[in-house]
Design a protein around this ligand. Structure first.
Ligand SMILES: [Cu+2]
Length: 478
């Protein structure tokens, strides 16, 4: 009896401890998930290689202490000659992993805990949250099996429906023949359907505008100086084409309804009318000319506004990510030389150019509010396109062909968060060209700071080459 009692108490204790332990790990994995999603998904997935290797079971491959060192600063570990790190770096063609010195040990442990729980969940459950390429896992396979089955089902049902309808109409036609008068007046039925289509279609379009226009980026206004002009052009075009759309749709379907054949009336032969032709050629021509000229003038004002005070920043695009390079105190970007690209110098900055020494390379784009910036775009591999939707900025990024976009941000991140009532909001730079398999991961966080915030952030960044040790550091960069 006593033993039994003791045993039950013991099991209770074990259960408690076990439960407690489970809860703890669940909680830190939960924290780790947020950190992982914010910092790692640009280059990693659990079950697939992206830029970096798949992280499934990495806690089994590596010691925790090693992982912490690696994640904090993988390059330091490589340089220290750690054999595992050197091998890993070589295996991945010397691709650079960002260092995360700002993550604390506990935070890294929670990321590892998250990777661990994700590794233990069968692939079917994890893929949904990580979003990997469809062909490479079970879940996506069974998903595509399902959707192809559903497609076939829809196809077969459609064919059966068409057969049934055509059979019914044939039977009705026969009955009509026998009776000497058609059972269904198809002209009338179709004309009513046209009218119904018009009403339902216009109502749906109106509802769409009413319900969803508040979710577009236009609803919070532009965050740049030229953005107002851009939005106004967009709105003018939308309203003009909207009016034409409604008039033509109403005429099209109303006439279809009104002038349905009654079997007696004969259509009027009306080949042309010079006045009407002239009217509907000249008016659209004038309207389009005005729109295009205004567009050209706005474009020129945006493109050729050389501002001496503009801060020079290079936006560097590669499969699949972005870097920003700041020109430093001299406001001159150092030249680049593709021969130097690789290893420690991912951007191929020309180490013989003194202007490059104070350049600063970052993974986030920080802009100072109301300070003009001159973005110069450069691509490493394929054509990308830099889209900054909130600033109404977009420019192609082409290997070997320098492109530029100058603009002035006017709303800080904090102000925009207030405006949107969304504390987690961040501006973003996206790639807008389908540039390869992980194109959708090609994003960079953009922060618009106040002057003080910007200076503080910039002061915390490292310049490429320390001037006091110019020679040695330039060599280190190579
Ligand atoms: Cu891209």
């Amino acid at each position: 009896m006593k033993i039994l009692n003791l045993l039950s108490k013991f099991t209770l204790l074990v259960a408690l401890v076990f439960n407690f332990h489970l809860d703890l790990s669940a909680q830190s994995a939960e924290e780790g998930k947020a950190l992982y999603n914010a910092n790692c998904t640009a280059c990693h997935a659990i079950n697939d290689k992206v830029v970096g290797p798949a992280l499934k079971d990495v806690h089994k491959r590596r010691e925790e202490a090693w992982l912490i060192k690696w994640i904090k600063n993988s390059q330091a570990l490589v340089k220290s000659g750690d054999p595992q790190a050197v091998q890993l770096y070589k295996e991945n063609n010397e691709a650079l992993m960002t260092s995360f010195e700002n993550l604390s040990e506990t935070e890294i442990k929670s990321i590892i805990a998250y990777i661990k729980t994700e590794s233990e969940t069968p692939a079917t459950a994890t893929t949904a949250s990580v979003g990997v390429t469809p062909s490479s896992n079970d879940k996506a396979d069974s998903n595509s099996d399902w959707s192809s089955a559903i497609n076939w089902l829809i196809f077969i049902i459609s064919i059966i429906l068409i057969l049934i309808i055509s059979t019914i109409s044939r039977i009705l036609g026969r009955i009509g023949d026998i009776q000497g008068k058609p059972v269904v007046n198809w002209n009338k039925t179709n004309s009513i359907l046209l009218l119904a289509f018009l009403i339902v279609g216009l109502a749906a379009a109106t509802w769409e505008f009413w319900a969803h226009s508040k979710h577009t980026i236009f609803s919070y206004g532009p965050a740049s100086e030229h953005g107002g002009e851009y939005d106004s052009m967009f709105m003018v075009t939308l309203v003009l084409t909207g009016i034409v759309f409604v008039i033509t749709q109403v005429l099209l379907f109303w006439y279809g309804f009104k002038y349905k054949s009654d079997g007696k009336r004969k259509a009027l032969y009306y080949p042309d009318n010079h006045k009407i032709e002239l009217l509907w050629t000249v008016i659209p021509a004038i309207v389009l000319t005005v729109l295009v000229i205004r567009g050209l003038m706005t474009w020129n004002a945006m493109m050729y506004n050389k501002n001496e005070k503009a801060r020079n920043i290079e936006i560097y695009a590669y499969q699949f990510g972005w870097n920003a390079r700041y020109a430093g105190t001299d406001n001159k970007l150092g030249a680049h030389n593709f021969r130097e690209q690789g290893k420690m110098n991912a951007l191929g900055v020309d180490t013989n150019d003194v202007n490059a020494y104070d350049d600063v390379v970052t993974n986030e784009l920080h802009l100072e509010v109301n300070q003009p910036v001159d973005l110069a775009f450069r691509a490493k591999d394929v054509i990308h396109s830099a889209l900054l939707p909130h600033f109404r900025v977009q420019m192609n990024v082409v290997p070997g062909l320098p492109t530029k976009f100058a603009f002035t941000p006017t709303v800080t991140t904090a102000e925009m968060r207030l405006k949107m009532n969304k504390p987690s909001f961040d501006y973003i730079l996206l790639c807008n060209k389908i540039c390869g398999g992980a194109h959708y991961r090609m994003k960079m966080k953009v922060v618009v700071d106040t002057k003080e915030e910007y200076q503080k952030w910039m002061a915390s960044q490292k310049v490429l080459v320390n001037k006091n040790a110019a020679n040695s550091a330039a060599v280190a960069l190579k």
